[in-house]
Ligand binder design. Sequence first.
Ligand code: SF4
Length: 466
Amino acid sequence: MDQPYGYRQRELVEPDWRRLPGWRDVTEADWESPQWQRAHCVKNVKGLRSVFGDLLDDRFYADLERDQSERATMSILVPPQMINTMVPGGVPSTDAIYADPVRRYMLPVFSDRDPDWPSHPRSSRDSLHEAEMWAVEGLTHRYPTKVLAELLPTCPQYCGHCTRMDLVGNSTPQVDKHKFTLKPVDRLGAMIDYLRRNPGIRDVVVSGGDVGNMPWPRLEAFVDRLLEIDNIRDLRLATKALMGLPQHWLQDDVRHGMERLAGIARTRGVSIAIHTHINSVQSVTPLVARAARAMLETGIRDVRNQGVLLRGVNASQEDLLDLCFALQDEASILPYYFYMCDMIPGSEHWRVAVHEAQALQHAIMGYLPGFATPRIVCDVPYVGKRWVHQLDSYDRVRGISYWTKNYRTSVEADDADALNRLYDYYDPIRSLPADGQAWWREHTGRPGYDAVAAQRSRDAAAALVT
Ligand code: SF4
């Protein structure tokens, strides 16, 4: 029967890295070594050139260089494992690299960005106000029973759309990153102390950054301390590196340590899960599946995926379902959430409108098992995650959706109206009808918006892609 989406089983394949000039002589043993992977990450345009060489035209390298100096909120850091999943089916050409979904979010170029509105006027660093809600440095207490522990400000890979661009990674010419002020040992100690003093908290997301960048003995010791706190019942370790650097999670010491933690958790009735971040089916390779299964074999409760919905990467029924079936069937990773891309600077070209996200949620219903059908969620500032159909009202002309909530965040303890107020979220301006776009041009007050500069940037982007 003809259906809008045709399911087919997919055999995972590790693309051959030897098709790339810079890695022609790299052995399998090197490839599977986390040390080799970390030492050969692409960190700048020069490093990318040393991998792809003349396969890519100079205009692509120039486009990337320009983005880094004029738009990027994240510096470049991409492990070989992820580079190798770009244009996986053959020798990459410049056009294929431009169109590639993994490239589009890991190595954004200037011509990708929205030339008129690279940033929404209401975008901001730390758009979810996580630092405002720090109970102690790095511990965000936003929901009543759960907290987010940002253990470290680095990752083995930097994603162009990172919502924690305020803090995570190296500074770029556009963004001077904030720094933790406490020493790591004091910061982590203060987190443990806060959790001990607050028995209403039962759930800790142990994140960063990416816990794959924390030396394993230190991460193991921190989780050990969490497991000693009676009120903690759910622990989720957040690591995109399960996909970006699966070699890390396949190391013997990590596997044995996780097995020990899973054993303690089981005896104490605590669930440990790994939450990873995979946005494209191309990223689900045999090594990623091996790492996920190795973690499940340690006895942890689950490995779940929290992707980000990104235009040009995965914002179609086919892309989302292909990814979810590969995760669920071939890698034992549960498709859990897709977040709408947050309103950070420079993200307009990736963001989709709330009504588009609602249509995508509708489009993926009924194909996957119910327990593996991901929810598409909007992380509304000062509210938290909301399913995209949960909005209260929606001004489709100006692209403003209004949301409600049923709990106070930590900054609203004395705010009598917190639960009666409407909280707003904004669609990308490019997605609005002409009268909505005109409204924003008239009312924006956006500092620095100027039609001449916008035209100049459109011309420059066009020159780079022709
Ligand atoms: S892995 Fe997560 S925290 Fe790190 S750069 Fe990517 S999105 Fe940000």
